[in-house]
Design a protein around this ligand. Sequence first.
Ligand code: UD1
Length: 363
Amino acid sequence: MPAKILLVAAARPNFMKIAPLWRALASRPDTFEPLLVHTGQHYDHNMSDVFFADLGLPRPHLHLGVGSGSHAEQTAGVMVKFEQVCLDEKPACVVVVGDVNATMACTIAAKKLLVDVAHVEAGLRSGDRTMPEETNRILTDSIADLLLTPSPDADVNLRGEGVAEERIALVGNIMIDSLVHALDRVKNRACHDRFGLGAREYGLVTLHRPANVDDPELLRRLFAGLASLDYPLIFPVHPRTRKVMENCGLADLFDAGGDRRLTDPLGYDDFLNLTMNARFVLTDSGGIQEETTYLGIPCLTMRPNTERPVTVTDGTNELITLETMADRVKVVLAGNWKTGKVPDLWDGATAERIADVLAGRYA
Ligand code: UD1
């Protein structure tokens, strides 16, 4: 009998990690019976549905409908609903990805029922306990059975926390699977045309971390800094950021001066196309640090730390501050940014390696 595997997706950065896993498991029907569970953390069309369409994901088999809320509300809501899913479905294994609240919530609910959990993208650590994601990572990795890591630094982190070697498997970067799979599909889209800009003639901006956007005064200073770059920017605005902007009248500040384009959040294909053609990307996202490293696009990360250090040591990423931003952008525009290289096992075959590991355990 095929092993029933629950694949959990909750928020935007999960969908491109689940899609290749879905394909890999579904292509081995004698071995696996994968079921897709959407917890509902992200629910707007452009934060969720468009990703299912772009990535070729089927409709979720189960939708838990737990939307926004405080951390405790989200976490507890998912735990209550997901506990029942585990009781009903009796999976051989639950696969969680990334570091969002549902990653931790589903892990706890499953482990309390003694259901096996595999964590994809395990072992990443920013060392910054003020990030909600860091708490989610540490708690998830401390109790998940199988820790599937993207790069050797993650293995080092886990060993340092006393994790037994047999729980760790270095499988590579699952996000890059989705990227590799999408390249041919999206490369000719020329989405920048929609913004009246040419390829390599704009910077692509995303900001949504609570530490950057929740304080209106800091966000105002970030926008003033972006305006002072005096370079065309495209900025798809995350709902969290949008809320603060609307409450504080910040959109005008960003737009004043012309060449800066605010837009609603974009789907996977459009955003990937804009990334491929950007002169640089300025972000506080986790996954975009990896996508730019794969694509060789300069990435300036507005954070004091990263859980993805390989993008800095090997790739095109650099951590910046509001104070260093203008100078670092000048380095990009002068053509003097590092070129970087693609880390090992970021090759588009991570989902197949994960399927092999799961088959070894549950087939
Ligand atoms: C979450 C993840 C973060 C990830 C990010 C990507 C956690 C702790 N954080 O942060 O790691 O990088 O997703 O987007 O899990 N909202 C909408 N529509 C939606 C979803 C959210 O309007 O579809 C609004 C709600 O008002 C909500 C706010 O955005 O209160 C924040 O959403 P939430 O899911 O709590 O956290 P994110 O900031 O998206």
